[in-house]
Design a protein around this ligand. Structure first.
Ligand code: DC
Length: 228
């Protein structure tokens, strides 16, 4: 665009847990003045609601029937991303071990994905300056027309070490096993599994610092904007 405001830019960042997706996405959005959406937090929020409302997580029909009931609201400021369910701040409760161990089962249910995907698209469309959306199926399913798609990877060892650090000294081996199990469930589900889009740029973060990953993604967005 000549002389006018920049066109909104939509950046999809996908990949398994522990690759630095959240830290990278927030920093890139902050640096470029874009909104930010953590779609994992939305799946965690609906899982938290299911657990709190006594829904049997082993029963996909019960989950499907309840999929539309929770009112999930995501704040998209990268400096202060918020998440509420029916008006309650759930930023802390969605990170418990209980929710983490149940989120793959809940997020595999097609009715849950349809509901959350719709929410994600409406948030992305409303972002005036553009948005960085992080998740597992953003480039493949939620926003297939995103301007830039990044797929972050890292070795299982590096991912487990990062997650254990975040969880303040949790056992690395146990964290590694739990991560591998969750990735396998997320990658093998029928409806929009964790997958790299054909036109995504893959960035292996195993040997990179967070600052290097952020710089790499910022450069890719700027190149896109410049039409390179
Ligand atoms: O990014 P996270 O670890 O907070 O995500 C939690 C879970 O949510 C993850 O195990 C799979 C699910 N998820 C998903 O199915 N699709 C997304 N776009 C994002 C997360």
């Amino acid at each position: 665009m000549e002389n006018g405001a920049a066109q909104p830019v939509i950046v999809a960042i996908d990949g398994p847990s522990g690759t630095g997706k959240s830290s990278t996405s927030k920093a890139v959005a902050a640096q470029l003045g874009l909104s930010y959406l953590d779609t994992g937090a939305q799946y965690r929020a609906i899982t938290w609601w299911m657990v709190n409302n006594g829904i049997d997580i082993e029963d996909p029909h019960a989950i499907a029937a309840a999929a539309g009931k929770a009112d999930i609201v995501s704040g998209t400021d990268p400096a202060n991303p918020t998440i509420t369910v029916d008006g309650t701040d759930v930023a802390g409760p969605i990170r418990t071990q209980e929710v983490t161990s149940k989120v793959s089962a809940v997020s595999a249910v097609p009715e849950v994905r349809a509901r959350i995907t719709e929410l994600q698209r409406s948030i992305a469309t409303a972002a005036e300056r553009g948005i960085v959306v992080e998740g597992r199926d953003i480039g493949t399913t939620v926003l297939p027309d995103a301007d830039l798609k990044i797929f972050l990877t890292a070795s299982a060892e590096a991912r487990a070490a990062r997650r254990s650090g975040e969880l303040k000294g949790a056992d690395v081996n146990a964290t590694r096993e739990a991560l591998i199990k969750r990735d396998a469930a997320d990658s093998s589900r029928k409806t929009s599994p964790l997958a790299k889009a054909g036109d995504a740029v893959e960035v292996d973060t195993t040997e990179l610092t967070l600052a290097q990953v952020i710089e790499c993604v910022v450069t890719l967005v700027e190149e896109k904007r410049a039409g390179k």
